[in-house]
Design a protein around this ligand. Structure first.
Ligand code: FAD
Length: 409
């Protein structure tokens, strides 16, 4: 039962104050905290983060393909919190930006001068009727959760032919390439297992094309043609009927519905802004934290900034984008703190390394204009390359744990 104050019964009404509050200690929250401490060691910063574990989610694609163990993607949160930064081990339940306050699920009040909002994206598993009760069994799997990604590999490894469906819900989602990455790696495994000739691979995507950046889309279309993958665009998964192993889908162009029988299905869940953001004054009409796309500062609350998956920044939601957003946010927050104009500018950079099978990688890097923004000189990265695969497997995880989260990259 809730009291009029909004605090749960029996909740301790503790209140504390920090100069900077960071909501979410994922990729964005830790990176921003580390950069702020490096720039100004004296800042008083607190991170509100409910999870005791921190995940490097890009590795879940390789876990689902049996190439990495899931434990490699998880570390304790505590040692990742930068020294001198307070960790409030709790979830934010309510924002009151007009009063410079927020409230946690345990009923604590936190007052702040500056706020950085980065609680990630919400996975709306329940939006697909029939999904949650079979997820991880009976041929239904998903790489979008730590507890599930190993089941993806079990599903792919034990597949003996038939129809394998891979779904992509309406964007925005985190890592828009992930729904197809696992498909290419599954195709590899089906060939190794000798079942590919007896398999129909179907990509069902709500998007109008295989990838939003035309130059990479051309390469990925060629990959699909080479592999014999059926593509159905502007198609959405509406329901799973697991007892009959059927997927009900709709063609969004014609509104025509049909049922496809599957032997396995990899589902990428629909996603949206976290409810706590959606119901707050910080949200734009779609629910995301409403920030300026170049400065990362809130459009209505000048002491609030946001980055990462929960922000309204109109780019692909990836850790790679966070890596470029964080230095801009930190520079602008410090400028605001010093009452100076905001000089740093984010150009929408995002990256999506897509393993296309056979140890090849297509490294998609682009900006707000959907133009390629390659970071590797002298190499044409608009085509698949074997030389780039170790980047995904080894280089980027090392960059993440040892440099990005420490505010060094
Ligand atoms: P997160 O890292 O998700 O962190 C959000 C944090 O907020 C979490 O720790 C959560 O516990 C916390 N939180 C949630 N609610 C609250 C609350 N109410 N109060 C306080 N804290 C809260 N990116 C790439 O760059 N390359 C890839 O190849 C890639 N592949 C991916 C593959 C998969 C299968 C998935 C799932 C993601 C992939 N990503 C990839 C995307 C990348 O992981 C995210 O874009 C990135 O983690 C976003 O950072 P974030 O800090 O915004 O969110």
């Amino acid at each position: 039962m809730q009291k009029a104050s909004g605090l749960p019964d029996g909740a301790e009404r503790a209140s504390r104050q920090h100069q900077i509050a960071i909501v979410g200690g994922g990729s964005a929250g830790i990176t921003v905290a580390a950069r702020l401490r490096r720039a100004r060691p004296g800042l008083d910063i607190a991170i509100v983060e409910p999870s005791a574990k921190h995940y490097y989610q890009p590795l879940w694609t390789l876990v689902g393909a049996g190439l990495v163990r899931k434990e490699k993607s998880a570390r304790d949160e505590a040692p990742l919190i930068p020294r001198g930064v307070a960790w409030i081990h709790d979830a934010v339940d309510r924002f009151e930006p007009d009063r410079g306050r927020l409230y946690t699920a345990r009923g604590h009040e936190l007052r702040y001068e500056w706020l950085v909002v980065c609680p990630g994206i919400q996975l709306d598993w329940d939006a697909i009727p029939g999904l949650t009760k079979v997820l991880g069994q009976d041929g239904v799997c998903s790489n979008y959760a730590y507890e599930q990604c190993e089941r993806t590999w079990e599903t792919i490894r034990s597949f003996r032919g038939g129809t394998a469906i891979f779904t992509m819900p309406p964007p925005p989602i985190k890592c828009a390439g992930a729904p197809q990455k696992i498909m290419y790696l599954a195709d590899d495994q089906f060939r190794r297992a000798g079942v590919r000739d007896a398999t129909r691979i179907v990509y069902l995507a709500a998007t109008p094309s295989i990838f939003s950046v035309p130059v990479y889309a051309r390469t990925l279309d060629r990959v699909c043609e080479r592999k014999g993958i059926e593509r159905h665009f502007r198609h959405e998964l509406l329901e799973l009927r697991p007892d009959r192993r059927e997927a009900r889908v709709v063609n969004k162009e014609t509104q025509e519905e049909r049922v496809i029988a599957y032997d396995m299905i990899h589902v990428t869940p629909p996603q949206s802004a976290p409810d706590v953001v959606k119901r707050s004054p910080l949200a734009d009409a779609a629910g995301w934290v409403e920030v300026d796309k170049h400065t990362t500062r809130h459009l209505r609350y000048p002491n609030v900034f946001s980055l990462g998956d929960a922000s309204s920044l109109p780019t692909s939601r990836t850790g790679a984008a966070v890596r470029k957003q964080a230095p801009v946010l930190v520079a602008n927050l410090l400028a605001a703190l010093d009452r100076k104009p905001l000089g740093a500018h984010y150009d929408g950079y995002a990256a999506c390394p897509i393993p296309t099978g056979d140890r090849k990688l297509l490294l998609c890097e682009f900006d707000y204009d959907l133009k390629p923004a390659p970071s590797i000189p002298l190499l044409d990265t608009t085509v698949e390359r074997r030389i780039l695969y170790p980047l995904k497997r080894y280089g980027l995880p090392a960059l993440y744990w040892h440099a990005m989260l420490r505010g060094l990259a």
